[in-house]
Design a protein around this ligand. Structure first.
Ligand SMILES: [Zn+2]
Length: 67
């Protein structure tokens, strides 16, 4: 499931939100309840992509890249 991080423009607190398809609920800061949130680039996804190109750790069987 994709997790996106949003930073509060009011207090700067970063809150991760789990976003499902069709889920359009508004993002509210968990600290100050402000709705002024801006989306951050997913650093988690960027890291896992660049670290290893051969072995995909997200593959449950380890055979996904062998086709
Ligand atoms: Zn806030």
């Amino acid at each position: 499931m994709p997790i996106f991080e949003y930073r509060c423009k009011q207090c700067g607190h970063v809150t991760p939100f789990l976003e499902k398809a069709g889920n359009r609920k508004s993002h509210v800061c968990e600290k100050c309840s402000s709705k002024a949130m801006e989306k951050l680039l997913s650093t988690f996804a960027a890291k896992t992509k660049s670290t290893s190109g051969l072995s995909d750790s997200s593959c449950p069987t380890g055979t996904c890249g062998l086709t």
